[in-house]
Design a protein around this ligand. Structure first.
Ligand code: KG4
Length: 335
């Protein structure tokens, strides 16, 4: 089954052609350079660029796959969650394509796609497994019981881990996207020199909170500046990275143990983080868990992962029609 998929939930316009779990093409047009001057994604600019780029990106995905539009069996699109104007561009384009080709339309949840990126990189991976999805807007710990059956057991109560990296990196003077640059320049953590708080949460032990940590780093930077002290940016980056990894790793292993999972999967943009990947890998080896994470090229937003998840949504009978609308927020277990 050949699926043409479209992703436009944030600042990447992407289209792909996939066959079940195989990627025939995956074109990504990124807007990072344009948003960099503002230090973050400007939603209105993102929507406009998606409108300008989408037709060319889709045509290139078809060409690179060596197929024609008439070979396509279904059209898939990220419909939720994301920036509403950005999502609408992809959703409307996909609806038009589905109508004109007279092929089924499949609406795909963005985080389900991030998880599905693992199916491309790990052909033997099958649910059930426990998955930690960490991105710029979400931090979710969920049980993946089947390809389209998800159950959330932990989530961030405020900021996502990626947001914490991005905003503290900006306060340290690093370029957008901060998380990527913070990871690149981080050296060795020194928690004595830069003591950072560990968030405490009442209630669910699998929930996360990163806003206090974000504020603590920003306050520390301002405080040191007011005293005329230089911040050792690579050391502060490493200290924060270690703290975020400690939190993510501790809660994930607790959830895996208490819920009897032996397979741990990492997904989302922050799964590209070098320390997070290497520590999860070594901890899983040490504690006897199987560990899966996407290839680096599939960690960020891309349409190939949308196409892979769309295949499973289609098999489960989850198709959409022209009444499909984009939705800015949507829990992973609902659609
Ligand atoms: O999943 P994603 O591409 O977009 C969302 O759907 O949010 O994730 C983007 C996030 C950004 O916060 C970015 O800074 C972060 O992933 N990120 C990283 C790394 N690469 C991307 N954070 C830490 N270390 C990295 N290597």
């Amino acid at each position: 089954m050949l699926i043409l998929s479209i992703e436009s939930s944030c600042d990447e316009t992407s289209a792909a052609v996939t066959r079940e779990r195989d990627v025939l093409s995956n074109i990504i047009s990124t807007q990072i350079d344009e948003h960099r001057i503002y230090g973050g994604v400007v939603p209105e600019i993102a929507s406009r660029r998606h409108c300008e780029n989408i037709a060319a990106v889709v045509n290139e995905a078809i060409d690179r796959a060596g197929v024609t539009f008439s070979d396509i069996d279904a059209v898939a699109v990220t419909a939720f969650p994301g920036l509403i104007g950005a999502l609408l561009t992809g959703v409307n384009f996909a609806k038009g394509l589905s109508l004109s080709l007279n092929k089924p339309l499949i609406a795909v949840h963005h985080l389900r796609s991030h998880i599905a990126a693992n199916y491309i990189s790990n052909p033997d991976l099958k649910p059930p497994f426990l998955c930690l999805t960490v991105s710029g807007g979400n931090t979710v710990l969920c049980e993946v019981k089947d390809y389209t059956d998800f159950s959330i057991i932990g989530r961030t109560l405020d900021d996502a881990a990626g947001e914490c990296f991005d905003k503290t990196a900006r306060a340290m003077g690093l370029d957008y996207p901060g998380g990527v640059n913070l990871d690149k320049i981080a050296t060795v953590a020194d928690p004595e020199r830069y003591p950072l708080p560990t968030p405490k949460i009442n209630g669910d032990p699998y929930d996360f909170s990163f806003s206090g940590l974000k504020t603590a780093v920003i306050n520390l930077i301002h405080n040191q500046k007011q005293k005329g002290n230089e911040i050792d940016v690579p050391v502060l980056c490493a200290t924060l990275r270690k703290k975020v990894c400690d939190i993510l790793i501790e809660k994930t292993f607790l959830a895996a143990k208490e819920n009897n999972y032996k397979k741990i999967v990492l997904a989302g943009g922050v799964s590209a983080n070098s320390e997070l990947r290497s520590r999860f890998e070594s901890e899983c080896k040490k504690r006897g868990y199987e560990f899966y994470t996407p290839l680096l090229k599939y960690c960020g937003d891309n349409a190939a992962m949308v196409g892979i998840q769309a295949y499973y949504e289609y098999k489960a009978g989850n198709t959409a029609d022209v009444s499909l609308n984009a939705t800015a927020t949507m829990p992973i277990d609902l659609r």
